[in-house]
Write a protein that binds this ligand. Structure first.
Ligand code: GDP
Length: 360
């Protein structure tokens, strides 16, 4: 499964957030194949549609999609030079598919800030600089080899050109996730270099009470990281929420004026940032969300349930969740011509409720 690596300076609330994520981890009963790894938090992707489907179909259980977060040991200034945890840290980041950068935006004189003051912009800068420097090192190390391979016609010239252009973007202090597109760099070639700043970023601002209701401050922080996604949460509050019974938690959340918990928000944004989407199945046994890459076709979607389904794919019976709810049942939706027969070229849409037909 794709994973999101949680990084940030020391003392910003990463452990607090990660512990909350671990506490929210899905029950293994529904995910018998999930490995239990203390460094990975596997949280459900919130999806109220599943409860509605379960009601409609009398499903015995609901199985949401999941999002996996990995705790990556703290970054410090100088990480790219291999100081302290540096190398191990960089290796762990390379394995993650997206990076969740946690920044401290809460004021608390009792919690020491490594740089002496709470300044999200400068924290982000510090971490970005380390990652940019590490990518520069990787590319500079690869250049002589690439030059030789291109001369010997073992590698296409575009690879070398892309490496050089990427170095230029990095030289300006930009993350490749932000600057590569503007520079017109080849995505696939870039990916082959296994760099860190090509990964999509999510910025989590760990706020205090005051910050959670300060729209102006949030807009300012959002502007700092746009077009990347910003998630505002209070890690300590989230840690308290996950300890409560669902009903109590919902009440506390309402009292705090938030529509959704920070963990739910983070799960949604994380899932989306990984380039994933879901489709739904529903029956007596379960109502379930299945994870597919955005743009997946119907046979690829079927393959997520079982590889045989992809190989033997005949067609998909698809009704959109909204229309299913509007008509109240598959039979009614069908009677109104809302259940579509889709073939192997169909590109799945979010909210498709599907039944696959296949040969085995
Ligand atoms: P890490 O080093 O980034 O993993 O940070 P920790 O999660 O260990 O948090 C560092 C300190 O900040 C701990 O004493 C936490 O209790 C505290 N802390 C974490 N989140 C918050 C928060 O949202 N508000 C306040 N006031 N303190 C927090």
């Amino acid at each position: 499964a794709l994973t999101i690596g949680i990084v940030g300076l020391p003392n910003v609330g990463k452990s607090t957030l990660f512990n909350a994520l671990t506490r929210a981890t899905v029950l293994a009963a529904n995910y018998p194949f999930a490995t239990i790894d203390p460094n990975v938090g596997v949280v459900p992707l919130p999806d109220p549609r599943l409860d509605r489907l379960a009601e409609m179909f009398g499903s015995a259980r609901v199985v949401p999609a999941t999002v996996s977060f990995v705790d990556i040991a703290g970054i410090v200034r100088g990480a790219s030079e291999g100081e302290g945890l540096g190398n191990q840290f960089l290796a762990s980041i390379r394995e993650a598919d997206a990076i969740c950068l946690v920044t401290r935006a809460f004021a608390d004189p009792d919690v020491v800030h490594v740089d002496g003051q709470v300044n999200p912009a400068s924290d982000i800068e510090t971490i970005a600089t380390e990652l940019v420097l590490a990518d520069i090192q990787t590319l500079e190390k690869a250049l002589p080899r690439l030059e030789k391979e291109v001369r010997g016609k073992k590698t296409e010239a575009v690879v070398l050109e892309t490496a050089k252009a990427a170095l230029e973007v990095l030289g300006e202090g930009s993350l490749l996730s932000a600057g590569a597109e503007a520079a017109g760099l080849d995505r696939d070639v870039l990916r082959s270099f296994q760099l860190m700043t090509t990964k999509p970023f999510i910025y989590v601002f760990n706020m205090d009470d005051e910050g959670m209701s300060d729209q102006a401050r949030q807009a300012e922080l959002r502007g700092l990281v746009a077009p990347a996604e910003a998630v505002f949460l209070d890690a300590q509050f989230e840690a308290e929420l996950v300890e409560l019974e669902p009903q109590e938690a919902a009440e506390l959340l309402r009292e705090s004026g938030q529509e959704e918990s920070g963990l739910d928000k983070l799960a949604r944004v994380g899932f989306d940032t990984l380039g994933l989407q879901t489709y739904l199945t529903a029956g007596e046994k379960e109502s379930r969300a299945w994870t597919i890459p955005k743009g997946a076709t119907a046979p690829q979607a079927a393959g997520v349930i079982h590889t045989d389904f992809e190989r033997g794919f005949i067609k998909a019976e698809v009704v959109s969740y909204d229309e299913l709810v509007e008509y109240g049942s598959v039979a009614e939706a069908r009677a109104h011509g809302r259940v579509r027969m889709e073939g192997k070229d169909y590109v799945m849409a979010d909210g498709d409720v599907v039944e696959f037909r296949f040969n085995v």
